[in-house]
Design a protein around this ligand. Structure first.
Ligand code: PMP
Length: 352
């Protein structure tokens, strides 16, 4: 009997492969850009308080309390905030509902690998725009007919940051397109484009609480933009999952935005460790791209990156390797605690 038709449809999809989450004790896990520090103690307390009879009840489908906290934090109106179950879900709604499906959307050739997956799923055509020689995004390459533009800032997996004035220039030149700036890693040294939202109704900024606020397990993502864009996203969301955020996510998210000191301290620690790590890698002969994220992309001119990854793994240290051309000689390494980074450096000094 021939295969039923749906297996052909499903076979066409090229799914995203997330970084592995092995459950082996004592691993130094530097492969998925999680925050090495735990969430704010206030977040844990808020979740503990919520963990009672309230769980019987549905959460607020609008998660208004969290939207208000975010609106206050970024000085925008509450109806300029959209929430989802992680920014991956927010991005899914954007690809599904906000990007034009008749002309190709544009994103960098080396970028977050979920973008082409969503394009496949929602049948959005796309063009990958090559990064410049120094791995930066050249905004002039994005000034052509398009159905939307999306890029992370800083870019992933390079860590390279684009300045706000370049983003402004891009928005001016593309006033008929939705421009999505995916700021998953912005808090580790970049300047958020949220301040441009008032001037540019075509700008949508996405962020996550998974990285700088150390809540990957809670799944909270957000978008900030013009009221009309947010309203469109709400329509897509309500047709898909009208309760995207759990009660834990809502109270945990509110507590995370309230504890500014913890947020600032842990971000600073990650950034300081990053600079120290880059310095130590320099001494071992590595070349590292300038990073404004909580990870780095680095290569050793005399070593095969895939081999280094396996050798580190054999020593209990997990980093990420991408077989894509141009970055296939690099390792992407999440910045860990000073102790984890020291273990990494000690292992690498035996290998190079
Ligand atoms: N954007 C980028 C560039 C990312 O690297 C990630 C994390 N893999 C995400 C979005 C999604 O993060 P989350 O779904 O945890 O919010």
């Amino acid at each position: 009997m021939s295969n039923p038709y749906w297996s052909d449809i499903v076979r066409e999809l090229d799914p995203y492969v997330p970084g592995e989450q092995p459950k082996i004790a004592n691993l130094v896990k530097l492969n998925t850009n999680e925050n090495p520090y735990g969430p704010s103690p206030d977040v844990l307390a808020a979740i503990a308080t919520e963990s009672g009879d309230n769980l019987r009840l549905y959460p607020d489908p609008n998660a208004l309390e969290l939207k208000q906290a975010i609106a206050d934090y970024y000085s925008v109106d509450v109806d300029q905030v959209f929430l989802g179950n992680g920014s991956d879900e927010v991005l899914a709604h954007i690809f599904q509902g906000l990007l034009k499906h008749d002309s190709p959307i544009l994103f960098p050739d080396i970028t977050y690998s979920f973008y082409p997956v969503y394009c496949g799923l929602y049948q959005v055509s796309y063009d990958r725009v090559p990064l410049a020689e120094d791995f930066s995004i050249d905004v002039e390459d994005y000034c052509r007919e398009n159905g939307g533009i999306i890029f992370p800032n800083p870019n992933a997996p390079t860590g390279v940051l684009m300045s706000l004035d370049r983003i402004e220039w891009l928005l001016e030149k593309n006033s008929d397109s939705v421009v999505v700036v995916d700021e998953a890693y912005i808090d580790f040294g970049g300047e958020s484009a949220v301040t441009l939202v008032k001037r540019f109704p075509n700008l949508l900024v996405t962020q996550t609480l998974s990285k700088s606020r150390s809540l990957a397990g809670l799944r909270i993502g957000l978008a900030i933009g013009d009221v009309a864009l947010i309203e469109a996203l709400e329509r897509v969301k309500n047709s898909f999952n009208s309760y995207p955020l759990s009660r834990f996510a809502i109270v945990g998210g509110v507590a995370a935005f309230a504890d500014e000191q913890y947020f600032q301290t842990t971000c600073r620690r990650v950034m300081d460790s990053r600079e120290q790590l880059v310095g130590q890698l320099d001494e071992l002969g590595f070349h590292t791209l300038p990073s404004a994220a909580n990870f780095i992309l680095t290569r050793h001119p005399e070593k095969v990156a895939a081999d280094l990854m396996s050798q580190l793994r054999a020593r209990g240290i997990i980093v990420r390797y991408f077989s894509q051309p141009r970055i296939d000689q690099y390792l992407r390494i999440t910045v860990g605690t000073p102790e984890q980074n020291a273990q990494l450096i000690s292992a690498l000094s035996e290998l190079v």
